[in-house]
Design a protein around this ligand. Structure first.
Ligand SMILES: *[C@@H]1O[C@H](CO)[C@@H](O)[C@H](O)[C@H]1NC(C)=O
Ligand SMILES: *[C@@H]1O[C@H](CO)[C@@H](O)[C@H](O)[C@H]1NC(C)=O
Ligand SMILES: *[C@@H]1O[C@H](CO)[C@@H](O)[C@H](O)[C@H]1NC(C)=O
Ligand SMILES: *[C@@H]1O[C@H](CO)[C@@H](O)[C@H](O)[C@H]1NC(C)=O
Ligand SMILES: *[C@@H]1O[C@H](CO)[C@@H](O)[C@H](O)[C@H]1NC(C)=O
Length: 496
């Protein structure tokens, strides 16, 4: 009988197979461990500050210059714009950068989508470019003070990066074409793993004089700086790579996020903070995506949400097998709708009206506004910020801000609220949540940003759409000529 003999041999064979598979698994595990350790060896050093001994008490003891508080709102308000400052202190962005450079003792790490601090191609150089040139000279001079300048960029042929590299700046090129076909559009600074800047400005002379920019400088806050540094390390290690490693050094793992925010003292006010990033491919372990951070801030608003962005467009353009497909991207749009209609949160949306405004923007915001029709407890207002002398080269008076402030939180990012931006370009966001509701006149960062928003909202440059309900004394914008198909009219189609 053949049956019994085969059944007795079978278990032996499977046992042998098991051993072979087990041995293979062991080899694999050892390999994985090796890769892990080798990545870690190459991980960027963290200057002796670790997550255990970094500072959560972001306090300034010796107040001098701008360092009167640990978080400072910095803005560029072009001279040409007359905005009512209400006697409030407004700290110039350029002063913020200079004070960061004054503090620098060991390292300055910079990411910027653009490097045009000098107006190389404009002849004669506009007087307004002076601030940019000055900043560029100071960056060149860091070497003589023994401060390392590290720059990550996706620009292949930048005159300024070449000049900085020739002066001992370490420049790491990140080939974004290979990853997402987007750009390294993040915009932030880290100084000595202690002080940071995040905001809308690029390393562009226009950002320092001609465009309206908004950002924050946070001093003496090494826990937050360390977390942002891990985003920088991520870019830094992509140098000469054309793939995202599947296993990463733990030195790029996020320290804080949406579910585990950093508890800090900002100007002696208890707050929670974390750094978010995009696109998804660039989110290391535990890192919160920008869109999830935005979602969380909208979700947690109780009374109001004020949004100021250059462009608002819930569309994403992707290419499938070489064919570009545009799709509706509902992520932020639906969060706003929910807040407005279901929770009765008052929403104000301030968008820029400029050369590159996509014509469909008007349809999407009109659709948002129409939600409140016939509803009592519902308010969604949209205004367009536009400056009549908007010259193409200078982007004079362009509202380049990218933030949202609510009754209890702030989200400050690098991206406009355009689906395609979040999908392919890198960016970072900073979320700050106040643990207690701010006391009146407490002067928290939230109140400063809210005051900046209200100033812009009430300014003569903020106009509502013609034919809308909230008429009254406000100026109106002519409904623009509608050419969604006319590609020459806007270069939104550029990326991808
Ligand atoms: C933090 O801890 C690391 C390692 O434990 C140590 O090397 C470093 O000196 C410490 N830094 C400070 C500021 O205490
Ligand atoms: C930074 O904070 C630490 C405490 O966390 C404090 O000892 C130090 O004096 C602060 N530095 C400055 C410049 O205020
Ligand atoms: C790089 O920039 C220089 C100077 O702006 C220009 O002459 C050159 O053609 C550029 N090269 C490429 C490959 O774009
Ligand atoms: C970037 O990556 C793309 C695709 O992998 C490649 O074709 C291109 O040559 C790379 N660019 C540079 C400057 O290395
Ligand atoms: C909706 O009602 C709540 C509570 O009655 C009120 O606090 C809120 O301001 C209202 N929202 C709007 C948009 O009127």
């Amino acid at each position: 009988m053949a049956g019994p003999t085969t059944t007795t041999q079978e278990p032996v064979k499977t046992q042998q197979k098991c051993i072979a598979v087990f041995a293979l698994l062991c080899c694999f595990a050892v390999l994985v461990a090796l890769i892990f350790s080798s990545v870690d060896v190459w991980g960027d050093d963290e200057d002796g500050i670790t997550e255990e001994n970094c500072s959560r008490d972001c306090r300034i003891s010796d107040t001098k210059d701008l360092m009167t508080s640990s978080i400072v709102l910095v803005e560029t308000i072009p001279d040409e714009l007359s905005l009512h400052m209400d006697g409030k202190l407004h700290t110039a962005l350029s002063a913020g950068f200079h004070s960061l450079l004054d503090q620098a003792k060991h390292s300055v790490e910079v990411v910027s989508p653009v490097w045009e601090l000098n107006s190389w191609d404009l002849d004669p150089a506009p007087a307004a470019a002076q601030q940019g040139e000055l900043l560029f000279q100071r960056l060149l001079g860091l070497k003589s003070r023994g401060v390392r300048l590290k720059i990550a960029s996706s620009l292949t042929n930048s005159t300024e990066l070449k000049a900085l590299a020739a002066h001992n700046a370490e420049v790491h090129f990140v080939n974004m074409t290979a990853f997402t076909r987007g750009g390294l559009h993040s915009s932030f600074w880290i100084v000595d793993r202690k002080h940071i800047y995040i905001g809308s400005a690029d390393m562009d002379w226009r950002s320092l004089s001609k465009r309206k920019e908004l950002g924050v400088v946070v001093y003496n806050c090494s826990c937050l700086a360390l977390d942002l540094h891990r985003v920088f390390s991520f870019y830094w290690q992509l140098y000469e790579k054309d793939y995202i490693p599947s296993i990463w050094s733990k030195r790029v793992t996020a320290l804080y996020g949406r579910h585990s925010a950093l508890e800090v003292e900002l100007n002696s006010t208890p707050a929670e903070a974390y750094v978010s990033t995009s696109p998804e491919l660039f989110c290391a372990k535990d890192r919160t995506r920008d869109v999830d951070a935005i979602y969380q801030v909208i979700q947690s608003a109780n009374k109001f949400i004020f949004i100021s962005v250059t462009d608002y467009l819930p569309l994403v353009k992707r290419s499938f097998r070489g064919i570009a497909v545009t799709r509706y991207w509902s992520f932020i749009d639906e969060a706003i709708r929910e807040a407005v209609v279901l929770r009765g949160v008052r929403v104000r949306l301030l968008i820029s009206f400029w050369k590159k405004t996509h014509p469909l923007t008007f349809n999407f915001v009109t659709s948002l506004k129409s939600l409140c029709m016939q509803l009592h407890n519902c308010s969604l207002e949209v205004r367009f910020f536009s400056h009549k002398d908007l010259k193409d080269d200078y982007q004079l008076g362009l509202n380049h801000n990218k933030y949202m402030v609510t009754d209890n939180a702030l989200y400050l990012g690098n991206h406009d609220w355009v689906g395609s931006d979040f999908a392919v370009n890198t960016g970072v966001g900073l979320v700050i949540k106040m643990r207690d509701s701010p006391q009146e006149g407490g002067g928290t960062i939230l109140e400063h940003v809210q005051a900046a928003f209200e100033r812009d909202w009430r300014s003569r440059y903020a106009k509502s759409l013609q034919g809308s309900k909230d008429q009254g004394k406000h100026r109106h914008l002519q409904w623009p000529k509608h050419h969604p198909e006319n590609k020459e009219e806007n270069d939104w189609n550029d990326p991808l």
